[in-house]
Design a binder for this molecule. Structure first.
Ligand code: NAP
Ligand code: GDD
Length: 325
């Protein structure tokens, strides 16, 4: 029988890749879509799947709409990807971030418990939850969690609620602790896409500088298209569990810039970078590097795209987009 998946956050980067991946597997895909003044379907349109999705109206802050959407979808699998996901904004909008990212997760868990209790549930947990715990050590599923932003605290709350609903109500909940993953569909405010777009603009003579914040912070960057496969694999297991998804390698923001300018064929790249205090954070997470050995051993998951491949893919996509304009 055709499997049914319900995705919150389907209009975001991961939601779009996951929807495509599930459609290709023959799933019927339902997506929660909130009301905006202008629709935000560009990612689903770029992947050519907009018309294959059944959109259900709703918002993570509105429990009634979630109940109705879960009832309508009658899903076998629920992927809770919706969030206020931008760390920088989470200091300026800490209450909103908590309402969507933390409390919204209880609302969708309640909807699943009450209207689709047999559904398997994926929670989008984050490597941000580690904060600076363990310093430069490679993080694994046993590393202590010490969040450093309102976003990370909200994700930590949501993570433990998902675990608690497994223990309390027997729901099949899995948390994917995903390290940073990027693509040409990444939101423009995140540093990788800001760089790929900025470098493409400089290359095409449309800009003459790129303003960034902390160039020293390091992230374990992978490709979003690879990471959604791990989300799905978690829900195909007999037992629910939590897994780290990462590449195991870490690079600085400066490394990302250097590689992006290299792809664009610009050698004197340092002259284009300026640092702007507006992009510094009140509290910084300095280094992230994760071990996905558990995902490799149990799910058989490994990343396919490496750092250089990711940067190339992103810069080339932005060069193509901007050249068309
Ligand atoms: P994203 O591109 O920012 O997408 C976020 C999605 O959430 C969008 O579809 C957005 O809808 C939706 N959303 C926001 N507020 C909502 C609300 N009140 N009600 C319903 N939907 C709402 O994020 P992403 O990169 O795809 O990440 C997916 C999930 O994984 C997020 O939970 C993120 O925190 C988490 N995560 C991401 C990474 C990463 O590196 N990408 C790593 C670890 C964890 P609109 O289109 O209407 O704004
Ligand atoms: N956004 C941004 N803009 N970040 C900058 C800039 C800039 O101009 N300059 C330097 N940075 C640094 C940030 O201070 C941070 O250390 C790093 O670049 C990455 O920032 P983001 O790309 O905004 O991502 P993030 O690591 O804060 O959060 C992302 O990854 C998390 C997983 O670890 C988001 O996708 C979260 O939703 C996700 O949970």
């Amino acid at each position: 029988m055709e499997k049914r998946a319900f995705i919150t956050g389907i209009t975001g980067q991961d939601g779009a890749y996951l929807a495509k991946f599930l459609l290709d597997k023959g799933y019927k895909v339902f997506g929660l879509v909130r009301r905006l003044s202008s629709p935000n379907f560009w990612r689903l349109e770029e992947l050519g799947i907009k018309n294959e999705i059944e959109c259900l109206d709703g918002d993570l802050t509105d429990e009634y709409s979630l109940n109705q959407a879960v009832k309508a979808a009658q899903p076998n699998e629920v992927y809770n990807l919706a969030a206020q996901s931008f760390v920088g904004t989470s200091w300026k909008q800490a209450v909103l971030t908590s309402e969507v990212t933390a409390i919204g997760t209880i609302k969708i868990l309640n909807a699943v418990r009450d209207f689709a209790p047999a559904a398997k549930f994926y929670q989008a947990s984050s490597s941000e939850m580690f904060g600076n715990s363990g310093g430069l050590d490679i993080k694994d599923e046993n590393t202590a969690l010490h969040p450093t932003s309102p976003y990370a605290i909200s994700k930590l709350f949501a993570h433990w609620m998902a675990v608690n609903y497994k223990d309390s109500y027997g729901l099949f909940t899995c948390c994917g602790i995903l390290f940073n993953h990027e693509s040409s569909l990444r939101g423009i405010e995140f540093v990788t896409r800001k760089i790929s777009d900025g470098v493409a603009r400089i290359k095409l003579g449309m800009a003459d500088k790129l303003q960034l914040g902390n160039l020293d912070s390091k992230r374990d960057w992978g490709f979003a298209g690879d990471y959604v496969e791990a989300m799905w694999a978690m829900l195909q297991q007999d037992k629910p569990d939590n897994y780290i998804v990462s590449t195991g390698k870490t690079h600085s923001v400066e490394d990302f810039c250097k590689e992006a300018f290299k792809v664009a064929g610009i050698t004197d790249w340092k002259q284009y970078i300026t640092q702007d205090p507006r992009y510094m954070r009140p509290s910084e997470l300095h280094v992230l590097q994760g071990s996905s050995n558990k995902a490799k051993n149990i799910l058989g998951w490994t990343p396919k795209v490496d750092f250089e491949g990711l940067v190339k893919m992103m810069v080339e996509a932005d060069l193509r987009r901007l050249s068309k304009k």
